[in-house]
Design a protein around this ligand. Structure first.
Ligand code: ZN
Length: 69
């Protein structure tokens, strides 16, 4: 059956017999990772993988030119 991406409304052709709850699929339109939270009826939820990406936390100033030797 077809489900729509909650992010971009792209039509995703997902066979509910081929997927299981907890599986993730990726929207080929916007690249959003979607978790299958139910198969009857098919329900998708956005996986917020980016939330756990603490890239902003690791700010390092390697180019700091202080001579504290
Ligand atoms: Zn999408």
């Amino acid at each position: 059956m077809a489900a729509t991406c909650p992010e971009c409304d792209n039509l995703l052709d997902i066979d509910e017999d081929e997927v299981e709850e907890g599986e993730t699929v990726t929207c080929d339109e916007c690249g959003t990772e979607l978790e299958i939270i139910a198969t009857e009826p098919l329900q998708l939820a956005v996986v917020d993988a980016d939330v756990y990406d603490d890239e902003d936390d690791s700010v390092r100033h390697d180019s700091d030119d202080e001579d504290e030797d």
